[in-house]
Design a protein around this ligand. Structure first.
Ligand code: ARG
Length: 619
């Protein structure tokens, strides 16, 4: 049951003259401010009163008389300039908790209008090992999928793999020139990754040294000979190369880049050898990803990568041209969109199709296959312009049935507040990051739970380590950059998965110590007693779960769930200090508290699961 939705409906029905019921209802908010001694607040009278130039407090008093909140709450109280404070009846909270305990948890009613939601997430460029940047799209997308599913919507999880781009040209080049057949026989995935890194390293000087040399030349062009000589000397000292050697190195690197592009073009043109090799490599590339997804507990319904759409690209461009949406410009085919200087290129002058052409084909395919109401693209915010323009083109093209949304996110920063890198300056591999997290967790678990045997500590460390990484990401507003910090993310108190997992394990231990079985407590249907304010505060939090999910889905923000769980765990902690459970003064009070504990544990378990995070019975 969604408490907020019910209150909104009640207030909407009592909208004063001149107000719009929808926005009047929407102005009801959950509020925790203890000054107001209320649980929810209706703030819609300000807008209506201002528009009507009426006395707002008087207007609020009229609404307070008219609105019927029974049996949830009594008459709201007018406060401040014209807020309406709602305090839920204790008896109603208790009764609702009892129903939740006896019924199917978490008691979310099916949506009136279930939606079909496509979630495009993770979507790495295969053939190169996954790096730290991939964690964000993967865990945010996975969490949104879980949230929409929990609300009863139909979700299609689509891993839009980058399986057709330049990185394959690079591997093909490496395969043809530098393959170590024995290493390949032993471990194909590792050898392909090595080939990729090898070619990438050979291309790198084209950018790095190329930039440095250009700077020297620019200084010379400006007549700053002395500065130019200094910069060149520094560059030579660093690289051990003189000017001619530097030039040669850059030229060589550019040649490797060019050769990789040529291999890619051949692949796209259907070259037999390259296509056969691509088919041979793909299963290994996918296998490497599979390991990471399995460990993270992430699954997909479809994995339709860029290559899947390749056969459709030519007809997408033709169709856009036939409808007069795309035009030729300097040999390329482009779509002009309002508000963008550069047009959206769907076919380059050399005849090659673009990332964006594939995205258009994808939109068409998804529309025809699943008729989605909503399509979410969980992708780095650096691609914001691409998606804005893509969506504009799609609308022009008539694919406007689904709401298309770019679910953007920021960058993970290292301790120096720059994008995170390893000590050697490489991007951090995702697998090694997960391993490191688990071993950091092991330190925490070894220290806090020496009584567990080694096997169990290893198991707990895996859950705690992965949970810490995921939660550190999901508890942030996804649009912010955040600093990666082991200490902070594994703290046992603070807004961390570890803290929430501890709260869960603590409840389990209460049941173990008292010899109670949660299922038996549920069956017994004890009356819920809310005499202590800490019991009431915790009870209200438990009932909020459905409304929190709605909010998270509306804003496309898993951190809404994380913040809620943190608040819940804090309330539990106060309850735990103030309300003895096993040593309660009466058996009735004990049973009620056991029930509240059980509901808290169920909420924590369910909520963490929405973030893709597990719990353990003891830690
Ligand atoms: N493979 C792309 C990248 O790594 C992300 C793809 C996102 N999805 C999409 N439909 N464009 O940057």
């Amino acid at each position: 049951m969604n408490v907020l939705e019910r209150l909104r409906a009640a207030f909407a029905a009592a909208t004063p003259e001149g107000g719009d019921p929808k926005s009047f209802g929407a102005a009801v908010k959950y509020t925790t401010d203890p000054r107001f001694r209320c649980d929810y607040q209706a703030n819609g009278c300000m807008a209506v009163g201002n528009a009507r130039k009426a006395n707002i407090r008087e207007l609020a008093a009229v609404v307070a008389d008219a609105v019927d909140l029974e049996p949830m709450a009594g008459k709201p109280e007018v406060a401040g300039p014209g807020f309406l404070n709602v305090r839920l009846h204790d008896a109603w909270i208790a009764k609702s908790l009892g129903e939740l305990l006896a019924g199917e948890f978490p008691g979310i009613e099916p949506p009136k209008a279930p939606r079909t939601v496509v979630i495009d997430f993770s979507s790495p460029n295969v053939a190169k090992p996954m790096h730290v940047g991939h964690i964000r799209s993967t865990v945010i997308g996975d969490s949104l999928a879980r949230i929409f599913e929990a609300l009863g919507h139909r979700v299609i999880r689509d891993n839009h793999l980058g399986d057709w781009g330049l990185q394959f040209g690079m591997i093909l080049l490496g395969w043809k020139n530098d393959l170590d057949p024995e290493a390949y026989a032993l471990n194909p995935v590792a050898e392909l990754a090595r080939l990729y890194r090898h070619v990438a390293a050979r291309i790198k000087p084209a950018d790095d040294l190329g930039d440095d040399l250009r700077e020297v030349e620019a200084l010379e062009a400006k007549g700053k000979a002395e500065e130019a000589a200094k910069a060149l000397a520094k560059l030579s000292a660093r690289t051990g190369l003189d000017r001619d050697q530097l030039k040669a190195a850059v030229a060589q690197a550019r040649a490797v880049a060019e050769a990789s592009r040529a291999e890619t073009v051949k692949l796209h043109a259907g070259d037999e050898e390259n296509l056969a090799l691509w088919k041979k490599f793909m299963p290994y590339c996918l296998e490497a990803l599979r390991g990471v997804y399995e460990r993270l507990g992430v699954r997909f319904d479809v994995e339709l990568g860029e290559s899947f759409y390749n056969p459709m690209l030519a007809s997408v461009v033709e169709d856009l041209q036939a409808r007069g949406i795309a035009t030729e410009s300097d040999g390329a085919v482009v779509v002009f969109t309002e508000g963008f200087k550069a047009p959206f290129i769907v076919r380059k002058s050399d005849g090659a199709f673009n990332y964006g052409t594939t995205d258009l084909a994808t939109i068409k395919y998804r529309d025809e296959t699943w008729k989605p109401d909503q399509s979410l693209y969980v992708v780095d915010q650096r691609q914001a312009d691409h998606f804005k323009q893509l969506f504009a083109v799609a609308r022009k093209w008539g694919h406007d049935g689904a709401v298309l949304e770019h679910v953007a996110f920021g960058t993970i920063l290292g301790p120096n507040r720059k994008p995170i890198k390893t000590r050697d300056g490489d991007t951090v591999g995702l697998e090694s990051l997960l391993d490191e997290s688990v071993s950091e967790a092991r330190k925490v678990v070894d220290e806090n739970s020496p009584e567990l045997d080694a096997d169990e500590r290893a198991r707990v460390s895996e859950v705690v380590g992965l949970g810490a990484i995921k939660y550190a990401d999901l508890c942030q507003n996804r649009l912010s950059d955040y600093v990666f910090d082991w200490q902070k993310m594994m703290a046992t108190n603070g807004n961390t998965a570890t803290y929430l997992q501890y709260a869960y394990a603590r409840i389990r231990s209460i049941f173990r110590r008292g010899g109670f079985d949660p299922a038996a407590v549920r069956d017994q249907k004890p009356a819920i007693i809310l005499d202590n304010p800490a019991e009431r505060a915790l009870g209200i939090r438990i009932l909020r779960l459905p409304e929190v999910l709605e909010l998270a889905a509306l804003e496309l923000k898993p951190n809404v769930v994380a913040d809620y769980l943190f608040d819940l765990a804090n309330c539990f902690s106060t309850f735990f200090e103030e309300c003895p459970v096993l040593k309660a003064d009466t058996p009735e009070r004990r049973d009620s508290r056991l029930a509240i504990c059980d509901l808290t544990a169920q909420t924590l378990e369910f909520g963490l699961d929405l973030l893709g995070i597990d719990v353990v019975e003891r830690m």
